[in-house]
Design a protein around this ligand. Sequence first.
Ligand code: NA7
Length: 539
Amino acid sequence: MSELTKGHHEVVVLGAGVSGIYQIKCLVERGVDAIVLEGDDDLGGTWNRNRYPGARFDSESYTYGYAFSRELLDEWHWHERFSGQPENLRYLNFVADKFDLRRHMVFNARVQSMAWDEDSRTWTLQLQDGSFYTARMVITSIGPLSVPTVPNYEGMAEFKGRAFHTWAWPKEPLPLDGLRVGVIGTGATGIQVIADIADKVGQLTVFQRRPNWSKPLRNGRISEEEMTSIRARYDEIFANCSASPNGFEHTPRWGFWDATPQERRALWDELYEQPGFAILGCNYAEIFFDEAANQEMSNYIADRIRARVNDPEVAEKLIPTDHGFGLQRLPLETNYFEAYNRDNVELVSLAQTPIVRFTPTGIETTDGHYELDVIVYATGFDAITGGYDRIDIRGVNGVSLRDKWKDSPSTYLGVLCHGFPNLFMVAGPQSASGSTNFPRAIETGVNWVTGLVSHLADNSHTRVEAQADAEQKWVAEVQRAHERMLFRRSKGWFTGYNSNVEGHDDGRVRYQAYFGGAPRYATAIDRAVTDGYPALDVS
Ligand code: NA7
């Protein structure tokens, strides 16, 4: 072994976020020789990085937490229905400490390349510091939203104030009172941060390229008593989540056209008051498939926005016209629209007055110059495939995964990839995780991968690879599920559109996530096991 070789393990897990924490727990409790390599200096992934004000779940906390341990469910008290970043990170640390998982994690260990060696049937992973690990198997739990993207405007480097992406919000306290803050981006992140800081800054300027639909989150505290009744209901909660297409406790209904307009409105009035994604999950399913149904729903939400924003011109700027309600990732908000009623908040529509350049003191649009002390990029991520593209992954015969996925990813069940033996993806492209309540899909994925690792060990196999035609069939299923839904025409990270990533901005769809629903996905991956993994070549 050279001194740069750090060691060999049966399994190396990449990433110590929500997926990696559960994955390493499953492996070590089965006695597998495994470690986690984490690029950051601590565990937590998304919840370690996204420290911007307002960062919180928009899944109900008790549906986001892990389901795997009764003891954990009994011990942990969620204090808010939609818990915030500090508590979420405390939770992940609590889990890691409870199961003594930290000792299996190596921090500041960012993998920059990995190559498959057919003779030894191992992966060699090279870290940024030049050191190496080797592993029989690699499990990637690198997160679907772990590569932030910033715009590329002229003069950005000249700006003299502070500028950072929401994902890199400083760890130390950052007082904003009295400061002139600009936020670029109005996705789920921008909407959370804007609503949170509007009353804390001197002046807030929001640079909006496209508006997003949004509705109230309806957060609230969870008392001891409520938590006791949630604990008593956990089995039911997780069963409900498993049965629903999007992994929440919501049951969709059909019958849009059987109801009268008044009945539809009455339902929407009720759903608008409900917390979380009920407005998607309990709505008429027709709104996702039928343009006229979606238009009526969109008109309803547009009226809600108009009723909340005092200035009618500002209200119109906040109402999307290029996509219908629920046809992009729906952000949830708390007093977001009311923020625009404040005297210290200004909305700049980049569709009407685009950014020309950054200057040392702010941002210049075609309409004028905005003096700023701080610029916040809430400009999103190279979603789902970005984490994979950042690692030079070479499979059989040195083929590059980045090249294979150049136009669109292709996987078997979102877990394996033909030409890349012994590489398993948790919450990977074309799994259900991108389109459902994330941790629910993660647990399904981790359990499946753990089962396969055990199966290989039990049968003394050292190599597994998905067959090419099985992969093609899964890609066809991913495309089928995608094409039947109205959002197939929307921009945004669901469809792989990202103006800040070269090659992802040309309007072509990248089939990045599986939209067939959590139950259908679970059936597909369960069947692979009960049929004895017929689509996998093992030896
Ligand atoms: P999103 O949803 O991808 O939103 C990014 C926002 O930034 C969106 O409003 C973009 O406008 C805007 N954007 C991106 N690039 C630019 C440039 N160059 N100029 C101006 N505006 C720009 O990312 P989020 O972080 O909000 O959410 C990602 C997920 O994280 C979210 O779904 C949660 O699950 C957590 P556009 O709409 O593209 O015109």
